[in-house]
Design a binder for this molecule. Structure first.
Ligand code: FES
Length: 281
């Protein structure tokens, strides 16, 4: 039967091994994160052949792949991972008991998962100019609002269809039957807004006649506009030309050149129809 002294020594050896292993792992992860380069090969970056272009990451290809995954998932919060591993290793070595191991781990996981959302709100610079500060895997719900604020205009058939508008505080609503908000077209609200302040940019999506009217209203007031256009798409990768729209520079395919286009580039439908008619004769 091992003596008390032998037991203590073997516990110390296990503690020391776990601590050294954790700190080594933490240092490797930290170095991989610090030397992360968006130009290294990773799961979503196809770079040059590794034989001719070795990884810039200090921990080699494994570091490049690992750091990319961690930054994609957690953003800057990825640095919490080596810190957490280090703290756990040291606590193990000092034999500090965890009051509730499960509660501690769940709390730590929640903190790591919530920090990316916080980072996204702080508008920090991207990680190496390539990955958003809060990563891309955890939805942050953060919307960047220009300093001047935004005005949201929504058009619906009637009040029943407009129920979802309550999710957007302060949105102006128009309905065809006048059951809620302005009785009329949403483009009338747009004209009203731009007549009061034309120093705006317009972003619109909706049915083609509405977008056509939006383009016209904005052109009359020299207001820049970006329109999300719709078209039937048969192939979706530029082969069938079934989704073309006419622009001042010729026809473009919405599936690969759009679907969002600058309104100033679009040829009005009436003009386009006459052009097609002329071509037939
Ligand atoms: S859908 Fe086929 S070219 Fe756009």
């Amino acid at each position: 039967m091992p003596s008390q002294k032998q037991l203590k020594w073997s516990q110390l050896k296990v503690g020391l091994t776990v601590t050294v292993a954790s700190i080594t792992l933490a240092v490797l992860i930290a170095l991989a994160l610090l030397s992360y380069s968006p130009h290294d090969s990773s799961f979503n970056v196809a770079s040059q052949a590794p034989e001719s272009h070795p990884a810039r990451n200090w921990i080699g290809p494994a570091g490049a792949y690992g750091a990319d995954v961690l930054f994609q998932v957690f953003g800057y919060a990825a640095f919490l991972l080596p810190m957490g591993i280090c703290v756990l290793g040291l606590r193990w070595f000092r034999s500090h008991p965890l009051d509730s191991a499960i509660a501690t781990l769940v709390g730590y996981a929640m903190m790591v998962l919530s920090v990316p959302s916080l980072l996204a709100l702080w508008q920090l610079p991207d990680v190496r100019g390539a990955i958003p500060p809060g990563g891309v895997a955890i939805p942050s719900g953060a919307v960047t609002v220009p300093s001047g604020g935004v005005t949201v205009l929504l058009g619906f058939r009637d009040a029943a269809h407009a129920a979802g508008a309550a999710l957007l505080e302060g949105a102006r609503i128009a309905t065809d039957d006048g059951s809620v908000g302005h009785h009329g077209l949403v483009t009338e609200l747009l004209e009203d807004e731009l007549d009061r302040d034309a120093d705006r940019e317009v972003y619109a999506c909706g049915p083609p006649p509405m977008l056509e009217a939006t383009a016209r209203i904005c052109a009359e007031r020299a207001v820049p506009a970006q329109l999300a256009l719709e078209a039937g798409m048969a192939c979706g990768f530029g082969a069938c030309y079934g989704c073309v729209v006419a622009t001042r520079h010729g026809y473009v395919r919405l599936c690969i050149d759009g679907p969002v286009l600058d309104a100033a580039l679009l040829v009005p439908a009436a003009e386009d129809r006459s052009r097609l008619g002329a071509a037939r004769h």
